[in-house]
Design a protein around this ligand. Structure first.
Ligand code: WT7
Length: 674
């Protein structure tokens, strides 16, 4: 919470409607879905049977009998009675047609290292060998949990798919997280095996990841979870690249162990659809991390459908999602969705702007990437360091995605015009770790795009905006409220691992009237985002409900103010915090960073401040505008407004060591507090 205020969905909305952009005819002509009647098929009247279409994208060992079982509401069970294996669906079933086709293009960060093109046959072989080690050497079996702490190399999806082959539940922790954070997750998931890598590249440096892994084991043991085996992939097989010692009897090189399993085949274990595929931890605003528990059948069918119809992936496409596989975006839209469709998926090891701002576009040109997927924070960074770079490279995107936070319309237009060269469709996909896959977005060949708006609910998803009393706010009313979903969907997480109470309270507590109801209509899913729905049904996110700024009783969304700041030509990024104020309750203070070539000045700060007042009204005028060299950011790229608020209010910033750029905090503090 930015300002110790109550969580409430009520906002005052100032935003203007943006103009529509239309998908190019060439895109529509080749799209997997250009059927405008699709929404009728997925109307609430056809719920839940309409989701059969999702399940039918997969190969089942045993077909299911019940589409949706609500007997343990709101813990939904999808495709009950069915059996399948996720690894089989992502690898084996493609061999007949595509064994020679690239499954994974691995791009090492160092440009002098060659790109690895791994075929489906090779992926098949390596997944099987790895599964053989996990089963025979570690004794792992269906239902066991294993923590993965792997960087962005092919060993990560290989290990995930090896787990899935055995029915073992993988819990991948983002490699950029501290050893302590990883240890907490090892403990929560009760993993006895940790799989890691010795080292990997970031910004040209080979990082000692084994050292972090040792800290993880230590932290887990302190908390009470013993780790019996640490399996270490080597970044360069056969050559250990970490200065940290291996521990005798505990640590083993996985690239050695698989040699003993050469060409061994492990039969995929036929798993019940509603068993667990993986846990993905997400940080709640308070308290311990939440292990979002995702199912095999529901999740896999959901991300496969979304990859096919929202990402428009065909087997012949080259698809690059720049997220890290350590986040849900990477699980769903680098690994499971694309591979289930036999796409060629790109895995890039390092930093998008290393060694220079053109790197991304060189990768796109070299591999002939035609579908590109990234976040507003990456788009802003690429625009900031190299706004003219894309024009220098000869790639051609048909489709681009933005995900992770609201995108300012100014930034959207740069993405569309400069990165997409005015020729690609853009989808702004709104969803969460909890939801498994997309919830709101335009369907790329069916609906028009609108900068800054995610779009309507996807087929089968029925969003509604509720006020604090649970009344529906009508589309076009111009009022914001709590964004909710009326119905369950197959990709939704099943519960929070070991904490059903917290699951029910966090996502269903506010609006459920009868906790004993077995009727899905009584369980409206509350996402925790504030949003406004325009007449056309498009949803525009204003931010998390706990990120609201209340100025003299006017409730402003952080993203509205930041978008207004970005209408200033010189501004690259903006972050707003709510400073407590005796009279007004709170006032916005604004932090901005500039595009290269512009110098900070009092005039410029005033210009930004005036622009915000022009766009949103005087009420939103920031009390201060600080022009800073960069924003403090998490490793996933989210701006840490909390840290900026501490600086603004002269408080201790707390532990910032897990940030992507901790040194910037001290720099900003000196500037603001001097
Ligand atoms: C929160 C979820 C979605 C996977 C990656 C992040 C925000 C996400 C959008 C979007 C506006 C967005 C929401 C959401 N968010 N996508 N397209 N437009 N806001 O997953 O870490 O679980 O974060 O990210 O606030 O609740 P996550």
């Amino acid at each position: 919470m930015t300002n110790g205020q109550e969580q409430s969905a009520h906002y005052d909305v100032h935003w203007q409607e943006e103009e529509y952009y239309y998908p190019p005819p060439q895109f529509i002509g080749q799209a997997n879905c250009s059927d405008t009647s699709i929404f009728d098929r997925f109307s609430l009247d056809n719920f839940p049977e309409c989701f059969k279409e999702f399940a039918d994208l997969l190969d089942w060992d045993q077909y299911w009998h019940t589409t949706l079982d609500t007997s343990d509401a709101p813990c939904w069970k999808w495709f009950v009675g069915g059996k399948l294996n996720a690894s089989y669906n992502c690898v084996d079933r493609h061999l007949e047609k595509y064994k020679n086709k690239t499954a994974i293009h691995f791009v090492p960060e160092l440009e002098e290292e060659p790109v690895v093109h791994m075929t489906f046959q090779e992926l098949y072989r390596r997944v099987n060998e790895t599964a053989a080690v996990l089963r025979d050497f570690c004794g792992l079996k269906a239902g066991d949990r294993v923590t993965l702490y792997l960087p962005m190399t092919p060993e990560l999806p290989i290990t995930m798919l090896a787990c899935a082959r055995l029915g073992v539940i993988h819990c991948q922790v983002f490699a950029g997280f501290s050893g302590k954070a990883c240890g907490d997750r090892v403990w929560d998931s009760e993993s006895e095996v940790l799989i890691t890598m010795d080292a990997y590249y970031r910004s040209g440096k080979l990082l000692d990841h084994k050292a972090n892994s040792d800290q993880a084991v230590e932290a887990a043991e302190k908390a009470g979870q013993k780790v019996n085996k640490v399996l270490v992939w080597r970044r360069y097989p056969g050559k250990y690249s970490s200065p940290t010692d291996m521990v005798d009897g505990r640590d083993y090189f996985l690239d050695d162990l698989i040699k003993e399993k050469r060409s061994q085949i492990v039969e995929p274990v036929s798993m019940p659809a509603e068993d667990i595929l993986f846990l993905m931890y997400t940080s709640g605003s308070t308290g311990r991390p939440k292990g979002c528990q995702h199912s095999i059948g529901g999740y896999l069918s959901y991300v496969t459908w979304m990859s096919k119809y929202v990402q428009d992936i065909h087997p012949e496409d080259v698809y690059w999602c720049m997220a890290d596989i350590g986040w849900i975006t990477g699980h769903s839209f680098i690994v499971y969705g694309p591979l289930a469709l036999a796409a060629s998926t790109v895995i890039y090891e390092g930093v998008p702007t290393y060694p220079d701002p053109g790197r991304c576009w060189r990768i796109a040109e070299e591999l002939d990437v035609n579908i590109f997927h990234t976040s507003p924070t990456a788009i802003r960074a690429l625009r900031k360091v190299g706004g003219d770079e894309p024009a220098k490279y000869n790639y051609r995107f048909k489709h681009m995605t933005t995900v992770g936070e609201p995108i300012e319309p100014e930034v959207w237009r740069w993405y569309y015009n400069v990165v997409g060269k005015g020729k690609a469709v853009v989808v702004d996909t709104w969803w969460q770790t909890e939801t498994g896959g997309f919830l709101c977005s335009t369907l790329p060949a069916v609906s028009a795009m609108k900068p800054g708006s995610a779009g309507p609910g996807l087929p089968g998803i029925h969003p509604v905006i509720l006020d604090d009393e649970g009344h529906e706010i009508q589309p076009g009313e111009g009022k914001a409220g709590n964004l909710c979903i009326r119905n369950p969907w197959p990709g939704a997480f099943q519960t929070i691992w070991k904490d059903k109470e917290r699951y029910i309270n966090s996502y269903y507590g506010k609006y459920s009237k009868d906790r004993n109801s077995k009727d899905w209509r009584d369980w409206i899913y509350m996402a925790g985002d504030a949003a406004v729905m325009s007449k056309d049904g498009y949803v525009r996110i204003l931010g998390r409900i706990d990120d609201v700024i209340n100025v003299s009783g006017h409730r402003l969304g952080t993203k509205e103010i930041e978008s207004a700041a970005l209408t200033t030509e010189e501004v690259a990024e903006a972050a707003v915090v709510a400073m407590p104020d005796e009279i007004k309750g709170s006032v916005p203070e604004l932090y901005v960073s500039l595009k290269p070539g512009y110098e900070p000045s009092d005039e410029l700060a005033k210009k930004v401040s005036d622009n915000v007042a022009d766009v949103l009204g005087k009420i939103a005028k920031p009390s201060n505008v600080y022009i800073v060299p960069d924003m403090p950011k998490t490793r996933s790229g989210k701006i840490m407004r909390r840290v900026l608020l501490s600086i603004s209010s002269g408080k201790d910033v707390g532990d910032v060591s897990t940030l992507a750029n901790p040194q910037i905090v001290e720099e900003i503090r000196k500037q603001v507090q001097s």
